[in-house]
Design a protein around this ligand. Structure first.
Ligand code: LLP
Length: 409
Protein backbone atom coordinates (compact mmCIF):
# COMPACT_ATOMS: atom_id res chain seq x y z
CA UNK A 1 0.00 0.00 0.00
CA UNK A 2 1.55 3.29 -1.06
CA UNK A 3 0.77 6.71 0.39
CA UNK A 4 0.54 9.08 -2.58
CA UNK A 5 1.58 12.74 -2.64
CA UNK A 6 -2.11 13.68 -2.21
CA UNK A 7 -2.06 11.81 1.12
CA UNK A 8 -4.23 8.96 -0.10
CA UNK A 9 -3.43 5.28 -0.06
CA UNK A 10 -3.36 3.10 -3.14
CA UNK A 11 -2.49 -0.43 -4.22
CA UNK A 12 -0.86 -0.19 -7.65
CA UNK A 13 -2.80 3.02 -8.22
CA UNK A 14 -6.16 1.63 -7.04
CA UNK A 15 -7.77 3.20 -3.99
CA UNK A 16 -8.94 0.86 -1.22
CA UNK A 17 -12.27 2.72 -1.21
CA UNK A 18 -12.71 1.80 -4.89
CA UNK A 19 -12.03 -1.87 -4.09
CA UNK A 20 -14.58 -1.81 -1.28
CA UNK A 21 -17.09 -0.07 -3.57
CA UNK A 22 -16.55 -2.73 -6.25
CA UNK A 23 -16.26 -5.87 -4.14
CA UNK A 24 -17.78 -5.06 -0.74
CA UNK A 25 -16.44 -5.04 2.82
CA UNK A 26 -14.58 -6.75 4.41
CA UNK A 27 -12.16 -7.74 1.68
CA UNK A 28 -8.84 -9.52 1.34
CA UNK A 29 -6.64 -7.80 -1.25
CA UNK A 30 -3.28 -9.05 -2.55
CA UNK A 31 -0.68 -7.10 -4.46
CA UNK A 32 0.90 -9.33 -7.13
CA UNK A 33 3.95 -7.07 -7.49
CA UNK A 34 4.86 -7.61 -3.85
CA UNK A 35 4.78 -11.39 -4.30
CA UNK A 36 7.01 -11.15 -7.38
CA UNK A 37 9.41 -8.88 -5.49
CA UNK A 38 9.69 -11.30 -2.55
CA UNK A 39 10.34 -14.27 -4.82
CA UNK A 40 13.04 -12.30 -6.67
CA UNK A 41 14.63 -11.28 -3.36
CA UNK A 42 14.88 -14.88 -2.19
CA UNK A 43 16.25 -16.09 -5.54
CA UNK A 44 18.80 -13.30 -5.57
CA UNK A 45 19.99 -14.12 -2.03
CA UNK A 46 20.70 -17.72 -3.03
CA UNK A 47 21.80 -17.12 -6.60
CA UNK A 48 25.14 -18.84 -5.95
CA UNK A 49 23.61 -22.27 -5.24
CA UNK A 50 21.11 -24.61 -6.89
CA UNK A 51 18.11 -23.43 -4.86
CA UNK A 52 14.42 -24.32 -5.16
CA UNK A 53 11.52 -22.55 -3.50
CA UNK A 54 8.64 -24.71 -2.31
CA UNK A 55 5.86 -22.35 -1.22
CA UNK A 56 4.30 -23.58 2.04
CA UNK A 57 0.76 -23.11 0.82
CA UNK A 58 -0.80 -23.39 4.25
CA UNK A 59 -0.09 -19.66 4.24
CA UNK A 60 -2.37 -19.00 1.27
CA UNK A 61 -4.19 -21.48 -0.96
CA UNK A 62 -5.99 -19.16 -3.30
CA UNK A 63 -5.62 -20.75 -6.74
CA UNK A 64 -4.76 -17.44 -8.40
CA UNK A 65 -1.94 -16.84 -5.93
CA UNK A 66 -0.70 -20.40 -6.44
CA UNK A 67 -0.76 -19.93 -10.21
CA UNK A 68 1.07 -16.61 -9.97
CA UNK A 69 3.79 -18.30 -7.92
CA UNK A 70 3.99 -21.27 -10.30
CA UNK A 71 4.42 -18.95 -13.27
CA UNK A 72 7.52 -17.42 -11.66
CA UNK A 73 9.16 -20.75 -10.96
CA UNK A 74 8.03 -21.48 -7.40
CA UNK A 75 7.06 -25.05 -6.47
CA UNK A 76 4.82 -26.26 -3.67
CA UNK A 77 4.85 -27.72 -0.16
CA UNK A 78 1.53 -29.20 0.99
CA UNK A 79 0.40 -30.73 4.27
CA UNK A 80 -2.96 -32.28 3.44
CA UNK A 81 -4.85 -33.98 0.61
CA UNK A 82 -6.88 -30.78 0.21
CA UNK A 83 -3.78 -28.63 -0.31
CA UNK A 84 -2.45 -31.31 -2.64
CA UNK A 85 -5.58 -31.18 -4.82
CA UNK A 86 -5.50 -27.39 -4.90
CA UNK A 87 -1.87 -27.54 -5.97
CA UNK A 88 -2.77 -29.87 -8.81
CA UNK A 89 -5.65 -27.65 -9.93
CA UNK A 90 -3.24 -24.70 -9.92
CA UNK A 91 -1.03 -26.65 -12.34
CA UNK A 92 1.69 -28.11 -10.13
CA UNK A 93 2.52 -31.69 -10.97
CA UNK A 94 4.57 -34.68 -9.85
CA UNK A 95 7.66 -33.85 -7.88
CA UNK A 96 6.90 -30.14 -8.01
CA UNK A 97 4.75 -30.95 -4.98
CA UNK A 98 6.23 -32.06 -1.68
CA UNK A 99 3.93 -33.54 0.93
CA UNK A 100 5.05 -32.68 4.46
CA UNK A 101 2.56 -34.41 6.72
CA UNK A 102 2.39 -34.48 10.51
CA UNK A 103 1.32 -37.88 11.81
CA UNK A 104 -1.37 -38.34 9.14
CA UNK A 105 -3.03 -41.66 8.20
CA UNK A 106 -0.68 -43.63 5.94
CA UNK A 107 -3.41 -43.68 3.27
CA UNK A 108 -2.84 -39.93 2.76
CA UNK A 109 0.85 -40.56 2.19
CA UNK A 110 0.09 -43.40 -0.22
CA UNK A 111 -2.21 -41.20 -2.29
CA UNK A 112 0.45 -38.48 -2.48
CA UNK A 113 3.24 -40.89 -3.41
CA UNK A 114 1.12 -42.57 -6.02
CA UNK A 115 0.21 -39.21 -7.50
CA UNK A 116 3.94 -38.61 -7.96
CA UNK A 117 4.68 -36.25 -5.05
CA UNK A 118 7.75 -36.42 -2.86
CA UNK A 119 7.10 -37.05 0.83
CA UNK A 120 8.90 -35.80 3.91
CA UNK A 121 8.69 -38.83 6.22
CA UNK A 122 8.09 -37.52 9.73
CA UNK A 123 8.10 -40.57 12.05
CA UNK A 124 9.78 -43.93 12.46
CA UNK A 125 6.45 -45.81 12.04
CA UNK A 126 5.85 -43.97 8.75
CA UNK A 127 9.40 -44.79 7.62
CA UNK A 128 8.84 -48.46 8.47
CA UNK A 129 5.54 -48.43 6.55
CA UNK A 130 7.17 -46.62 3.62
CA UNK A 131 9.90 -49.28 3.49
CA UNK A 132 7.42 -52.16 3.69
CA UNK A 133 5.20 -50.61 1.04
CA UNK A 134 7.72 -49.31 -1.47
CA UNK A 135 11.12 -50.83 -0.65
CA UNK A 136 13.49 -48.90 -2.91
CA UNK A 137 10.97 -48.21 -5.67
CA UNK A 138 9.96 -44.71 -4.51
CA UNK A 139 12.20 -41.93 -3.23
CA UNK A 140 11.53 -40.02 -0.01
CA UNK A 141 12.94 -37.30 2.19
CA UNK A 142 13.23 -37.66 5.95
CA UNK A 143 12.13 -34.87 8.27
CA UNK A 144 14.74 -34.50 10.99
CA UNK A 145 13.98 -32.77 14.28
CA UNK A 146 17.24 -30.98 15.07
CA UNK A 147 16.24 -30.04 18.65
CA UNK A 148 16.75 -26.31 18.14
CA UNK A 149 14.27 -23.83 19.63
CA UNK A 150 13.57 -20.75 17.50
CA UNK A 151 10.51 -18.86 16.31
CA UNK A 152 8.33 -15.82 17.00
CA UNK A 153 6.38 -17.52 19.78
CA UNK A 154 6.16 -20.96 21.30
CA UNK A 155 3.07 -21.95 19.30
CA UNK A 156 4.98 -21.64 16.03
CA UNK A 157 8.24 -23.35 17.03
CA UNK A 158 8.57 -26.76 15.43
CA UNK A 159 12.10 -28.05 15.91
CA UNK A 160 12.68 -27.98 19.67
CA UNK A 161 13.09 -31.23 21.59
CA UNK A 162 9.44 -31.23 22.78
CA UNK A 163 7.96 -30.58 19.34
CA UNK A 164 5.80 -33.26 17.69
CA UNK A 165 7.42 -32.69 14.30
CA UNK A 166 9.95 -34.91 12.56
CA UNK A 167 12.25 -37.64 13.79
CA UNK A 168 14.72 -36.57 16.46
CA UNK A 169 18.28 -36.41 15.22
CA UNK A 170 19.10 -38.41 18.35
CA UNK A 171 17.35 -41.37 16.70
CA UNK A 172 19.65 -41.35 13.71
CA UNK A 173 20.81 -44.94 14.22
CA UNK A 174 17.16 -46.12 14.32
CA UNK A 175 16.45 -44.22 11.10
CA UNK A 176 19.46 -45.79 9.41
CA UNK A 177 18.47 -49.28 10.58
CA UNK A 178 15.03 -48.98 8.93
CA UNK A 179 16.50 -47.43 5.78
CA UNK A 180 18.95 -50.32 5.51
CA UNK A 181 16.35 -52.98 6.32
CA UNK A 182 14.17 -51.97 3.35
CA UNK A 183 16.85 -50.38 1.20
CA UNK A 184 14.78 -47.16 1.19
CA UNK A 185 15.81 -44.50 -1.35
CA UNK A 186 16.36 -41.47 0.84
CA UNK A 187 17.06 -38.62 -1.56
CA UNK A 188 16.75 -35.74 0.87
CA UNK A 189 16.80 -34.53 4.44
CA UNK A 190 14.31 -31.95 5.60
CA UNK A 191 13.76 -29.80 8.65
CA UNK A 192 11.57 -26.83 9.51
CA UNK A 193 12.58 -24.86 12.59
CA UNK A 194 9.56 -22.62 13.11
CA UNK A 195 7.99 -19.39 11.93
CA UNK A 196 9.03 -15.76 12.36
CA UNK A 197 12.76 -16.38 12.84
CA UNK A 198 14.77 -13.18 12.50
CA UNK A 199 18.39 -14.15 13.09
CA UNK A 200 20.64 -16.09 10.76
CA UNK A 201 22.03 -18.08 13.71
CA UNK A 202 19.24 -20.70 14.14
CA UNK A 203 19.17 -21.28 10.36
CA UNK A 204 22.92 -21.87 10.39
CA UNK A 205 22.68 -24.10 13.44
CA UNK A 206 20.05 -26.38 11.87
CA UNK A 207 21.87 -26.34 8.52
CA UNK A 208 25.02 -27.61 10.22
CA UNK A 209 23.04 -30.36 11.97
CA UNK A 210 21.48 -31.42 8.68
CA UNK A 211 24.81 -31.31 6.82
CA UNK A 212 26.41 -33.48 9.49
CA UNK A 213 23.50 -35.93 9.44
CA UNK A 214 23.55 -36.01 5.64
CA UNK A 215 26.98 -37.60 5.63
CA UNK A 216 25.33 -40.84 6.77
CA UNK A 217 23.03 -40.95 3.70
CA UNK A 218 24.93 -41.66 0.48
CA UNK A 219 22.18 -41.01 -2.11
CA UNK A 220 21.04 -37.50 -1.25
CA UNK A 221 20.01 -34.98 -3.87
CA UNK A 222 18.26 -32.44 -1.64
CA UNK A 223 18.72 -30.58 1.62
CA UNK A 224 15.46 -28.88 2.59
CA UNK A 225 15.81 -26.23 5.29
CA UNK A 226 12.08 -25.41 5.58
CA UNK A 227 10.67 -21.90 5.93
CA UNK A 228 10.25 -19.46 8.79
CA UNK A 229 11.85 -16.20 7.63
CA UNK A 230 10.63 -13.28 9.71
CA UNK A 231 8.53 -10.57 8.12
CA UNK A 232 7.84 -7.08 9.41
CA UNK A 233 4.50 -7.07 11.20
CA UNK A 234 5.51 -3.96 13.10
CA UNK A 235 6.72 -1.25 10.72
CA UNK A 236 10.46 -0.83 11.11
CA UNK A 237 10.77 -4.18 12.86
CA UNK A 238 13.96 -6.09 12.10
CA UNK A 239 13.32 -8.93 9.65
CA UNK A 240 15.45 -11.79 8.38
CA UNK A 241 18.36 -10.26 6.51
CA UNK A 242 17.99 -12.40 3.42
CA UNK A 243 21.19 -11.21 1.75
CA UNK A 244 23.26 -12.05 4.81
CA UNK A 245 21.48 -15.36 5.38
CA UNK A 246 21.85 -16.23 1.70
CA UNK A 247 25.57 -15.61 1.65
CA UNK A 248 26.23 -17.43 4.94
CA UNK A 249 24.14 -20.49 4.13
CA UNK A 250 25.34 -20.65 0.52
CA UNK A 251 28.94 -20.64 1.70
CA UNK A 252 28.37 -23.48 4.17
CA UNK A 253 26.25 -25.40 1.67
CA UNK A 254 29.00 -25.22 -0.97
CA UNK A 255 31.52 -26.48 1.59
CA UNK A 256 29.17 -29.31 2.56
CA UNK A 257 28.63 -30.30 -1.09
CA UNK A 258 32.34 -30.49 -1.71
CA UNK A 259 32.80 -32.67 1.40
CA UNK A 260 29.82 -34.79 0.36
CA UNK A 261 31.41 -35.20 -3.06
CA UNK A 262 28.51 -33.97 -5.16
CA UNK A 263 26.36 -30.90 -5.81
CA UNK A 264 22.98 -31.07 -4.13
CA UNK A 265 19.87 -28.92 -4.36
CA UNK A 266 19.02 -26.58 -1.51
CA UNK A 267 15.31 -26.20 -0.86
CA UNK A 268 13.36 -23.68 1.20
CA UNK A 269 9.66 -23.72 2.07
CA UNK A 270 8.70 -20.14 2.90
CA UNK A 271 5.11 -19.20 3.51
CA UNK A 272 5.05 -15.81 5.22
CA UNK A 273 8.10 -14.44 3.46
CA UNK A 274 6.50 -14.78 0.03
CA UNK A 275 2.93 -13.65 0.68
CA UNK A 276 2.45 -11.98 4.08
CA UNK A 277 3.35 -8.48 2.98
CA UNK A 278 1.32 -8.73 -0.21
CA UNK A 279 -1.99 -9.04 1.62
CA UNK A 280 -4.37 -6.55 3.23
CA UNK A 281 -7.58 -7.15 5.08
CA UNK A 282 -9.77 -4.12 4.38
CA UNK A 283 -12.57 -3.62 6.89
CA UNK A 284 -15.07 -0.88 7.62
CA UNK A 285 -15.53 0.82 10.99
CA UNK A 286 -19.11 0.19 12.05
CA UNK A 287 -19.37 1.86 15.47
CA UNK A 288 -16.98 4.13 17.33
CA UNK A 289 -17.71 3.80 21.03
CA UNK A 290 -16.23 6.33 23.41
CA UNK A 291 -16.34 4.40 26.64
CA UNK A 292 -15.06 5.97 29.90
CA UNK A 293 -12.31 3.33 29.99
CA UNK A 294 -11.39 3.16 26.32
CA UNK A 295 -12.25 4.22 22.80
CA UNK A 296 -13.42 1.24 20.81
CA UNK A 297 -13.52 0.98 17.05
CA UNK A 298 -15.84 -1.85 16.06
CA UNK A 299 -15.33 -3.21 12.56
CA UNK A 300 -17.30 -5.46 10.22
CA UNK A 301 -14.89 -8.37 10.68
CA UNK A 302 -13.38 -10.39 13.45
CA UNK A 303 -11.26 -13.32 14.52
CA UNK A 304 -13.27 -15.38 12.05
CA UNK A 305 -11.42 -13.54 9.27
CA UNK A 306 -8.02 -12.84 10.83
CA UNK A 307 -7.31 -14.95 13.88
CA UNK A 308 -3.61 -14.16 14.34
CA UNK A 309 -4.02 -11.37 16.93
CA UNK A 310 -6.29 -13.50 19.13
CA UNK A 311 -4.40 -16.75 18.55
CA UNK A 312 -0.80 -15.60 18.84
CA UNK A 313 -1.13 -12.09 20.28
CA UNK A 314 0.26 -10.93 16.94
CA UNK A 315 0.63 -7.31 15.99
CA UNK A 316 -0.88 -6.30 12.65
CA UNK A 317 -0.32 -2.71 11.66
CA UNK A 318 -3.55 -0.83 10.94
CA UNK A 319 -4.02 2.13 8.61
CA UNK A 320 -7.02 4.42 8.53
CA UNK A 321 -7.04 4.62 4.76
CA UNK A 322 -10.11 6.86 4.66
CA UNK A 323 -8.56 9.54 6.81
CA UNK A 324 -4.77 9.22 6.96
CA UNK A 325 -4.13 12.79 8.08
CA UNK A 326 -6.54 13.03 11.02
CA UNK A 327 -5.42 13.74 14.60
CA UNK A 328 -4.24 10.58 16.26
CA UNK A 329 -6.31 9.00 19.03
CA UNK A 330 -5.88 5.85 21.08
CA UNK A 331 -8.24 2.96 20.26
CA UNK A 332 -8.95 -0.66 20.85
CA UNK A 333 -9.88 -2.09 17.47
CA UNK A 334 -12.38 -4.89 17.99
CA UNK A 335 -14.26 -7.39 15.88
CA UNK A 336 -17.93 -8.32 15.79
CA UNK A 337 -17.58 -11.89 17.11
CA UNK A 338 -19.51 -12.51 20.31
CA UNK A 339 -16.58 -13.15 22.56
CA UNK A 340 -13.50 -11.11 23.25
CA UNK A 341 -12.35 -10.32 19.76
CA UNK A 342 -9.55 -7.79 19.81
CA UNK A 343 -7.45 -6.95 16.78
CA UNK A 344 -5.42 -4.25 18.53
CA UNK A 345 -5.16 -2.71 21.99
CA UNK A 346 -4.19 0.91 22.69
CA UNK A 347 -3.47 1.61 19.05
CA UNK A 348 -2.82 5.17 17.87
CA UNK A 349 -4.83 5.81 14.70
CA UNK A 350 -5.86 8.93 12.82
CA UNK A 351 -9.28 9.71 14.30
CA UNK A 352 -11.73 7.06 13.15
CA UNK A 353 -15.37 7.72 12.22
CA UNK A 354 -18.00 5.13 11.41
CA UNK A 355 -17.71 4.25 7.73
CA UNK A 356 -13.93 4.71 7.57
CA UNK A 357 -12.00 1.93 5.88
CA UNK A 358 -9.18 0.41 7.90
CA UNK A 359 -6.45 -1.78 6.40
CA UNK A 360 -4.76 -4.55 8.36
CA UNK A 361 -1.30 -5.08 6.92
CA UNK A 362 0.58 -8.36 6.51
CA UNK A 363 -2.64 -10.28 6.04
CA UNK A 364 -1.46 -12.29 3.03
CA UNK A 365 -0.18 -15.28 5.02
CA UNK A 366 -2.30 -17.28 7.45
CA UNK A 367 -5.13 -14.78 7.04
CA UNK A 368 -7.80 -16.25 4.80
CA UNK A 369 -6.45 -19.81 5.21
CA UNK A 370 -7.09 -19.66 8.96
CA UNK A 371 -10.51 -18.03 8.64
CA UNK A 372 -13.73 -19.70 9.71
CA UNK A 373 -17.51 -19.40 9.74
CA UNK A 374 -17.71 -18.83 13.49
CA UNK A 375 -20.92 -17.03 14.48
CA UNK A 376 -22.28 -18.17 11.08
CA UNK A 377 -20.45 -15.30 9.40
CA UNK A 378 -19.46 -15.41 5.75
CA UNK A 379 -15.84 -15.38 4.70
CA UNK A 380 -14.81 -12.30 2.70
CA UNK A 381 -14.08 -12.08 -0.99
CA UNK A 382 -10.48 -12.00 -2.20
CA UNK A 383 -9.10 -9.70 -4.89
CA UNK A 384 -5.73 -9.77 -6.65
CA UNK A 385 -4.31 -6.51 -7.91
CA UNK A 386 -1.85 -7.33 -10.66
CA UNK A 387 -0.52 -5.27 -13.54
CA UNK A 388 -2.56 -2.31 -12.18
CA UNK A 389 -5.85 -4.20 -12.49
CA UNK A 390 -8.02 -5.64 -9.74
CA UNK A 391 -9.54 -9.07 -10.26
CA UNK A 392 -11.91 -11.05 -8.06
CA UNK A 393 -10.18 -14.31 -7.14
CA UNK A 394 -12.76 -15.61 -4.66
CA UNK A 395 -16.32 -14.49 -4.28
CA UNK A 396 -17.74 -13.57 -0.90
CA UNK A 397 -19.59 -16.43 0.80
CA UNK A 398 -23.33 -16.36 1.26
CA UNK A 399 -25.97 -18.38 3.08
CA UNK A 400 -25.83 -21.22 0.55
CA UNK A 401 -22.18 -21.81 1.48
CA UNK A 402 -23.09 -22.08 5.17
CA UNK A 403 -25.94 -24.47 4.47
CA UNK A 404 -24.52 -26.66 1.72
CA UNK A 405 -23.15 -29.38 4.03
CA UNK A 406 -26.12 -29.44 6.43
CA UNK A 407 -28.77 -32.12 6.30
CA UNK A 408 -32.45 -31.63 7.11
CA UNK A 409 -33.17 -28.32 5.41
N1 LLP B 1 7.42 -25.70 6.14
C1 LLP B 1 6.77 -26.36 7.11
C2 LLP B 1 6.96 -27.81 7.26
C3 LLP B 1 5.90 -25.67 7.96
O1 LLP B 1 5.26 -26.32 8.92
C4 LLP B 1 5.72 -24.28 7.78
C5 LLP B 1 4.82 -23.52 8.65
C6 LLP B 1 6.41 -23.63 6.76
C7 LLP B 1 7.25 -24.39 5.95
C8 LLP B 1 6.27 -22.17 6.45
O2 LLP B 1 6.61 -21.34 7.51
P1 LLP B 1 6.64 -19.73 7.28
O3 LLP B 1 7.71 -19.44 6.25
O4 LLP B 1 5.30 -19.34 6.81
O5 LLP B 1 6.95 -19.16 8.62
N2 LLP B 1 -0.16 -19.83 11.54
C9 LLP B 1 1.09 -19.33 12.05
C10 LLP B 1 2.29 -19.89 11.34
C11 LLP B 1 2.32 -21.40 11.41
C12 LLP B 1 3.37 -21.97 10.57
C13 LLP B 1 3.25 -23.44 10.49
N3 LLP B 1 4.21 -24.04 9.65
C14 LLP B 1 1.10 -17.81 11.98
O6 LLP B 1 0.12 -17.24 11.48
O7 LLP B 1 2.03 -17.17 12.43
Amino acid sequence: MQLTSENTYSIQGIAPAQLIADYGSPLYVYDGDTIRRKVAELKEAFSGVDMKIKFACKANTNLSILRLLREIGVELDVVSPGEFEMGKIAGFEGQQITFTPSGVPFAEVKDAVEAGALVNVDSLPLLEWFGQTYGNTKPCLIRIKPNVAAGGNVKIMTAHADSKFGISVLLLEDILAIVEKYNIRVIGLHQHTGSDIKDAEPFLQVADILFETAKRFPDLEIIDLGGGFKVSYLPGDAITDMKLLGSKISERFAKFCSEYGRSLQLWFEPGKFLVSESGYLLVTATVVKEDPARNFVHVDSGLNHLIRPMMYGSYHHILNVSSPAGNEKLYNVVGYICETDTFATDRLLPEVSAGNILAFLNAGAYGFTMSSNYNARFRPAEVLVDKHKARLIRRREDLTDLLKTQEGL
